[in-house]
Design a protein around this ligand. Structure first.
Ligand SMILES: Cc1ncc(COP(=O)(O)O)c(C=O)c1O
Length: 423
């Protein structure tokens, strides 16, 4: 493999998305150089368009006061609708299946209110053993809300002993073994610790064939890999917009409800006035009539400043040509990084993220394997030299070169610095 800086620079020169980096604010090191930023899987960098969109909203508020709900280029009353088309494209949905609202965990709860209806023997929920803690807490609390004991009603899909990665065949056996007891399968699209992509279409098909409902937490998948939620027949999905979608810390999250459910206004839900039929919302009546789209799950009038950041950030994804273009570059960047790591660091590290193209996104999860060195001190050592990655307990440095703003050169410098620190 060509392990020179000149080669990395040549790859950057040929990169069809190289101009996209100029659309982002890149944090600086103390010496004034750009940071080597690999944490788009945790908090994406600020798109210039996001800042502009937020400033426009502040100006509109200043100029119009309450009339801003109806006046100006982007009135607030329908503001969430300005991002619907983009959101639908990003997750492979129809516009009537998506809405940007609330936060990820709040949306998971709202979805479970509608899509976890324990009945008779069918009471159990399947999650993965190492689910993000918030998902685990949300599911346990939903079980308790229905008076069910998580010890009996929560089923954990675990990797085989000694493995980090989940084996889909184990899941399918587990689903079959509890075929008439499982009500809901709730899994990540991409596992946050290992970066493993789960086979969402096959999982959905299998679970549906056994009469189960399927939802996905797409925190690490949305804006990272190509999704086709509508065609895969996924029942519901939720994602946050601050990771690969660059909308700012804690920004408004996304929610997908498949058309076959979204149009069903009889579905049980927790309701609020923003989910009520738009033509009669301001009649101020007491009878709730849900909008017959994913918007029918909205509770409140949305935080417009935050949604403005989402609009600017989603527009930035579209400027790059959408998810197909991003994924092409992502695969090239990630495989360059993996090859360079293997070439330069050999057995001093272990990459636990699967290598098959269909089984990883932008993130590589790296364990330090060198006797006498621990991963956490390596994480801190590279950070002191301008490399921003993140550390996840118990043992992993997560590195995500993202196609919108990372360069091949960033990967080169990351490997060089990690090699220096390991030495
Ligand atoms: C996989 C996953 N699920 C859920 C969450 C919780 O997100 P929020 O705080 O936006 O509800 C996160 C946060 O990083 C996450 O990575």
């Amino acid at each position: 493999m060509n392990n020179t800086l000149a080669y990395a620079q040549a790859l950057d020169t040929q990169d069809p998305l190289k101009h996209m980096r100029d659309h982002f604010a890149i944090p600086k090191q103390p010496n004034g150089d750009d940071e080597y930023y690999f944490t788009g899987n945790s908090l994406g960098l600020q798109p210039i368009l996001a800042k502009e969109a937020v400033m426009e909203m502040l100006d509109a508020w200043q100029t119009h006061g309450v009339k801003g709900h109806f006046e100006g280029e982007y009135p607030w009353m329908p503001y969430h609708e300005f991002v619907t088309e983009f959101a639908a494209q990003i997750v492979g949905a129809q516009p009537n299946e998506v809405v940007m609202m609330n936060s990820l965990t709040a949306n998971l709860h709202l979805m479970m209110v509608s899509f976890y209806q324990p009945q008779g023997k069918r009471t159990k929920i399947v999650i993965e053993d190492h689910a993000f803690p918030s998902d685990h807490y949300a599911v346990e609390s939903q079980l308790k809300h229905h008076g069910l004991n998580p010890e009996e009603h929560l089923i954990l899909w675990k990797p085989k002993a000694g493995n980090e990665l989940l084996d889909h065949d184990d899941l399918y056996q587990l689903l079959e073994a509890h075929a008439d007891e499982i009500a809901l399968v709730l899994l990540p699209g991409i596992q946050y610790y290992t970066g493993q992509v789960l086979d969402m279409p096959r999982i959905t098909e299998k679970a549906h064939s056994l009469g189960m409902t399927v939802g996905f937490d797409l925190a690490h998948a949305a804006g990272n890999i190509e999704l086709a939620l509508h065609d895969w027949q996924v029942d519901f999905a939720c994602w946050c917009s601050y990771k690969y979608l660059n909308s700012g810390a804690g920004s408004v999250a996304g929610c997908f409800v498949h058309e076959k459910h979204a149009t069903n206004t009889e579905l049980n839900r927790f309701a609020g006035w923003w989910g009520h039929d738009k033509s009669t919302r301001f009649k101020m009546g007491n009878e709730f009539q849900p909008i017959a789209t994913a918007e029918g799950w909205q509770l409140s009038n949305p935080p417009v400043l935050s949604l403005a950041a989402v609009r600017g950030a989603y527009e930035t994804v579209m400027l790059a040509g959408g998810m197909t273009k991003l994924r092409e570059k992502s695969l090239a960047l990630t495989s360059y990084l993996r090859d360079l790591l293997k070439h330069e660091l050999g057995d001093d590290i272990r990459i636990i993220t699967p290598e098959a193209e269909t089984a990883h996104g932008s993130q590589l999860s790296i364990m330090i394997n060198k006797p006498g060195l621990d991963g956490k001190s390596m994480f801190s050592a590279i950070e002191a030299k301008g490399v921003t990655t993140d550390w996840r307990e118990p043992n992993v440095i997560r590195v995500a070169p993202v196609p919108l703003y990372n360069q091949f050169q960033d990967c080169f410098h990351f490997v060089r610095i990690l090699k220096e620190c390991l030495a």
